[in-house]
Write a protein that binds this ligand. Structure first.
Ligand SMILES: C[S@@+](CC[C@H](N)C(=O)[O-])C[C@H]1O[C@@H](n2cnc3c(N)ncnc32)[C@H](O)[C@@H]1O
Ligand SMILES: C[C@H](CCN)[C@@H](N)C(=O)O
Ligand code: SF4
Length: 360
C-alpha cells in the first residue's frame, strides 16, 4: 500500500513551522522507499543548515555495571547473573578519561548502573567526588548518566563540573514504562530532565525503538520532548539481551530508528542527536548520520575491560569504536570532526541562556 503523501508536512517543517503530533506520526509511519528517502533528505538539509558538515564525539566511560534496578530490556538488570559486573577504580577512571580526551573526543560521558554502593543517600558523595576528580583532570565538558537521582544533587553535580545529565525515559507511555522499568517511578525519572533544566544543567532525553511501543507512542515522545527544554535527544533500537525477560522479543528493523532520528531532527532542529555505536557498531554510523544525527556516541577505548550497554562487546576490543577508526569513515563521507571550541562555545551558549532564563 502507498503511504499518505508526506510532501506538505516535510515542506511545512522546512519552512520552519512547528509540526503537530499527528503530522509527526504521519512522518514516522512512512514506509514507501521514496517517502523515507525524502524524509532523510529533509533531515539532512535541516542538519546542514544548523551544523554544516560537522559532528561531535562523545567518549563513553561505563565505570560501574552494578545495578539495583531490574529493567526488563537491560543486560545489567540486577537479576541477570550472566552479566559482566565491574567497578573501575579512581585511577582507572582518570586514565580512561584523559586518554579519551587525548584521542580527540569533545565530551566524556560518565555512565553507571544504579550501583547500590553509590545510589544510597549516604553515598552520593562518591558520585560528586568522582565528577570533581574527572573535571579537574580534563579540559573538556562532562556528561553524567547516573540513573535517577534526588533533586538536591543537581546543583551539587553542576558545582563539581558536570555539564550534562543523561537520563532516558525510554517511552512516554506510562503503562509501557512500568513494563520496561518495573518498580521505578515514571514522574521521578521524568523530573530528572526538569531538574537539570531548573539548576542550569543540559539534559539528554531518549526513547527506545522496538520495545512494544506504537508509532503513535513514538510521536508522543518526540512531541513531549519539546516541552522538556532538553538539548540532546536520542532514539536507540532495542537489542535483545541474554537471560532477560525481553530476550525473545523481536527487535524492530533499524530503519525504524533511522526514521525516528530524522523526525527528531525536523522537530528539534537545533538539538544534538546521537548516532550511537552501541547498536550496530561502526557499521551503523553512516546511515545514522545520513538520517540527521550529528553526534557520535559510545566511543570506547580498546582493551581496557570496558563494556557497552546494548552491545557490550561489539567493536570494542579491536579498536573499532576508537576516534581513529571513525575518522577514516568520516573522511569517506566528507563529514568533519568539529573543533573542541566549537563544542564548548555551543554548550556554553546554551548554559548561559538557561542562566538568563532563571534570572528573568
Ligand atoms: C545502561 S543505562 C545507563 C544509565 C542508567 N543506568 C540508566 O538506566 O539511566 C543507559 C541506557 O541504555 C539503553 N539501553 C539499555 N539496554 C539496552 C538494550 N538492550 N538495547 C538498547 N538500549 C539499551 C537505555 O536507553 C538506557 O536508558
Ligand atoms: C547508552 C549510552 C549512553 C549513556 N549516556 C551509550 N552506550 C551510547 O549509546 O551512547
Ligand atoms: S538500564 Fe540502567 S537502571 Fe536499568 S538495569 Fe540497566 S543499568 Fe540498571
Amino acid at each position: 500500500m502507498k503511504d499518505a503523501d508526506i510532501t506538505p508536512i516535510l515542506q511545512k517543517s522546512l519552512d520552519g513551522q512547528d509540526l503537530t503530533v499527528t503530522e509527526i506520526e504521519a512522518l514516522l509511519a512512512a514506509e514507501d522507499q521514496n517517502s523515507v528517502a525524502r524524509l532523510f533528505e529533509a533531515a539532512r538539509t535541516v542538519k546542514t543548515q544548523y551544523f554544516g558538515n560537522k559532528v561531535f564525539l562523545y567518549g563513553f566511560v561505563y565505570f560501574s555495571t552494578h545495578c539495583r534496578n531490574n529493567c526488563s530490556f537491560c543486560f545489567y538488570r540486577s537479576s541477570n547473573t550472566d552479566s559482566v559486573r565491574y567497578r573501575k577504580t579512581d585511577d582507572e577512571i582518570l586514565e580512561l578519561a584523559t586518554s579519551l580526551e587525548d584521542s580527540g573526543v569533545h565530551v566524556i560521558d560518565l555512565t553507571m548502573g544504579e550501583d547500590p554502593l553509590i545510589h544510597n543517600d549516604n553515598h552520593y558523595n562518591r558520585l560528586t567526588d568522582l565528577v570533581k576528580m574527572v573535571n579537574n583532570a580534563v579540559d573538556i565538558p562532562l556528561m553524567v548518566s547516573p540513573g535517577a537521582i534526588p533533586e538536591r544533587l543537581f546543583p551539587v553535580l553542576m558545582e563539581n563540573g558536570a555539564d550534562w545529565i543523561a537520563c532516558y525515559q525510554e517511552t512516554h507511555n506510562m503503562e509501557l514504562f512500568k513494563k520496561l522499568r518495573p518498580d521505578q517511578d515514571y514522574e521521578f525519572r521524568l523530573n530528572q530532565k526538569k531538574w537539570a533544566d531548573k539548576y542550569g544543567l543540559l539534559a539528554e532525553e531518549g526513547i527506545m525503538i522496538g520495545v512494544g511501543e506504537s508509532v503513535k507512542d513514538r510521536a508522543d515522545s518526540i512531541d513531549t520532548m519539546r516541552g522538556l527544554n532538553v538539548n540532546q535527544v536520542r532514539a536507540m533500537s532495542f537489542v535483545p539481551q541474554e537471560n532477560t525477560p525481553m530476550s525473545v522479543n523481536s527487535p524492530s528493523p533499524f530503519i525504524e530508528e533511522l526514521k525516528a532520528i530524522a523526525v527528531m531532527r525536523l522537530v528539534h532542529p537545533k538539538n544534538l542527536i546521537p548516532a550511537s555505536l552501541d547498536v550496530e557498531g561502526v557499521a551503523g554510523l553512516k546511515t545514522r548520520l545520513a538520517a540527521g544525527a550529528n553526534v557520535i556516541t559510545s566511543i570506547i577505548p580498546p582493551r581496557k575491560g570496558l563494556a557497552g550497554v546494548a552491545q557490550h562487546e561489539l567493536d570494542i576490543d579491536d579498536g573499532g569504536r576508537s576516534v581513529e577508526q571513525i575518522e577514516a569513515i568520516l573522511d569517506d563521507i566528507n563529514v568533519k570532526i568539529a573543533d573542541k571550541y566549537e563544542y564548548i562555545n555551543l554548550i556554553e551558549s546554551w548554559k548561559n541562556s538557561k542562566k538568563a532564563g532563571v534570572s528573568l
